[in-house]
Design a protein around this ligand. Structure first.
Ligand SMILES: Nc1nc2c(ncn2[C@@H]2O[C@H](COP(=O)(O)OP(=O)(O)OP(=O)(O)O)[C@@H](O)[C@H]2O)c(=O)[nH]1
Ligand SMILES: [Mg+2]
Length: 586
């Protein structure tokens, strides 16, 4: 069965050994898992998690409890929650080339929708307010009686301090969105290059999580008691005075140094793998081309799960692994395809993108992404059935810009709407959404208030106006206990004091409406920004619809590109001149 938990545990051991200097760094080591600190800390905190929890089922995928901050309208919440649940279920590692579980048959992970701290005040220490933290703890206790969960996935971005505090309060490892995505990349990576890159991303993420904490005795420390103590003689006599001189290295400094050493090691390995790949790529381009020309490369890009691998498989009549799991592909695969004109091209299927793609991943996967940026033509595959199709499109465009794809290439990019066999009944969807919007319209602030901004890309508010909660109105208090996930969740876990003032509901905070909700949705029932434009081509990779049309389009684009290139060359070419004299040189 699944090895991730096992690996997570072994990575803990590895990191523990590495950071205490008991082992040598090795290229095949697993990533410094996000669960590791927790285990170390909890050895000293009896009231908190049982550290042996992770030993429970070393053969199964980790069981995550999903915490989804609330969004309004509910349609947005549903999109965010669906994605969070999919992410949580995607964390699984292949064994002998197979996943132990079939994704479609997986049960939904237990989950809970809670107040969104972004809608009011995000607490620096615990992200959520104390009422929400307690409420989640109640649910986790209830889960424990049913076999327990290994970790809590908070679908938001936490600071290192928030993560640690929540871990202490809940007695569970906590993963935020960035952490989980990095874990998934690591679990799904198959090739040496992808594994190295995923480890690098995890290492950089871990580095950003090394935080100074107040220990149980009230003193500041760096994690487990004793971590702040001097653990190595390095730095002794380095020239300072008094305490500074000869103080040696604290655990934190030691961890930082080891992370940097490992990072440098990984970077040099990645460089080597990259060099080999560049040679292979050049030779592949040369060998397939006709008339001595290189084969053009076409990179298939898009949001995760859009159907890129399925499309490349269908176009090339070869097999590529495809799955409903998010980030099923982490390793780039290249396939030969013959276009209708007879021209041969290289089609590359690569890693998918997601909103808030961790910067650590973009940096670590730079080599892979660079191939995308260097491709002669890009094909952007979108899942036409996704209700937030344009939001996904925006996320992809952002990453493409981030990795340096030129404006011309973006303009020339072919946009494909895949999964047209799944296209939802638009009338029904938009009707439902409009109903939701009307229902919620009272709750929204008007942008004219100047106190709220709608961020189309992330579908979230930035800034807002909070009214005082009506403490006498139960609807104005924490309602998170009502929004429980999987059917078997306890219904009565939140018998907290409903008049507790620390956790007013968000409902009162999403005050009057301007025309905000109407602006957010269009008639198709998708997020604002979704226009009624048509894509270049519509396909169903599964039923092989639209494939010929797409191949013709690629053919045309590449022809145009050649012509443009030749024209540019002809126009630009002239004998080099000496600028000062105007005399033709040579
Ligand atoms: N109904 C339908 N399903 C599709 C179509 N194309 C792909 N799928 C399914 O969508 C899921 C994701 O497909 P993939 O090809 O793995 O998607 P991807 O874009 O490569 O995803 P990542 O590798 O995770 O980035 C799989 O279960 C496919 O069977 C399509 O045209 N119609
Ligand atoms: Mg794929």
């Amino acid at each position: 069965m699944f090895r991730a938990v096992f690996q997570i545990r072994s990575s803990f051991r590895f990191v523990a050994q590495t950071f205490t200097g008991k082992t040598n760094l090795s290229a095949t080591s697993v990533i410094p898992s996000l669960f590791t600190n927790l285990q170390a800390r909890h050895k000293h905190e009896e009231a908190e998690a049982d550290a042996d929890e992770f030993d429970k089922d070393p053969n199964g995928p980790p069981r995550l409890f999903v915490v989804q901050p609330r969004f309004r309208p509910d349609a947005i919440l549903k999109i965010k929650l669906d994605e969070a649940l999919n992410l949580a279920n995607s964390l699984e590692e292949q064994r002998d080339g197979y996943y132990a579980t079939t994704f479609a048959e997986k049960e939904l992970p237990p989950h809970l929708v809670v107040q969104n701290p972004a809608y009011r005040i995000t607490r620096a220490d615990t992200f959520f307010g104390p009422g929400t933290v307690d409420n989640i703890k109640c649910h986790l206790n209830a889960e424990d009686s049913k076999g327990g969960v290994d970790a809590v996935f908070v679908n938001g971005i936490l600071t290192g301090v928030q993560q640690r505090n929540l871990e202490r309060k809940w007695g569970k490892a906590v993963l935020d969105r960035v952490g989980l995505i990095i874990e998934i990349f690591h679990a799904h990576a198959q090739t040496k290059e992808a594994k190295l890159q995923a480890e690098l991303a995890a290492l950089m993420y871990k580095r950003s999580r090394l935080v100074r904490m107040r220990g149980i005795d009230g003193r500041f420390t760096f994690g487990a008691p004793g971590e702040a103590e001097v653990v190595s003689a390095r730095g002794r006599g380095s020239g300072g005075r008094g305490f500074i001189s000869g103080a040696g290295e604290t655990e934190l400094q030691l961890q930082r140094r080891r992370i940097i050493e490992r990072r440098n090691h990984l970077l040099s390995e990645i460089k080597e793998v990259r060099r080999t790949r560049a040679i292979q790529r050049a030779s592949r381009k040369r060998h397939g081309g006709s008339h001595g020309q290189d084969m053009p490369t076409v990179a298939i890009v898009g949001y995760t799960n859009a159907g890129k691998s399925t499309l490349v498989s269908a176009l090339s009549d070869t097999y590529l692994f495809s799955d409903n799991r998010m980030f099923a592909t982490v390793d780039t695969k290249v396939r030969n395809v013959i276009l209708p004109s007879g021209k041969k091209v290289l089609l590359s299927d690569t890693v998918g993108f997601i909103s808030d793609l961790p910067v650590q991943l973009v940096e670590a996967f730079h080599a892979t992404l660079e191939e995308v940026a260097e491709a002669d033509l890009l094909v952007h595959v979108l899942d036409s059935s996704a209700p937030n199709r344009d939001e996904q499109k925006e996320s992809v465009l952002q990453v493409l810009q981030q990795i340096g794809v030129s404006k011309e290439k973006l303009q020339n990019m072919i946009e494909v709407w895949n999964k047209i066999d799944l296209e939802p009944d638009e009338t029904a969807v938009s009707k439902q959404i409009e109903e939701d919007v009307d229902d919620d319209s009272e709750d929204w602030l008007s942008p004219e208030d100047g106190e709220v901004k709608w961020d189309d890309a992330s579908a979230s508010f930035v800034g807002w106006k909070a009214s005082e909660p009506d403490q006498t109105n139960p609807n104005d208090l924490d309602t998170s206990h009502l929004e429980v996930g999987s059917g078997d969740q306890p219904k009565d876990v939140s018998n907290r004091d409903q008049t507790k003032p620390d956790e007013p509901s968000i409902s009162h905070l999403q005050v009057r409406s301007g025309d905000q909700p109407k602006d957010v949705w269009n008639s198709r029932g998708v997020l604002k920004g979704d226009s009624e434009y048509e894509p270049d081509v519509k396909t169903s990779a599964l039923t092989r619809v639209g494939l010929q049309e797409l191949l013709h389009l690629i053919d045309d684009k590449l022809k145009t590109e050649e012509t443009v290139e030749r024209n540019v060359f002809e126009r630009k070419w002239r004998p080099p001149r000496d600028h000062d004299t105007g005399v033709v040189v040579g």
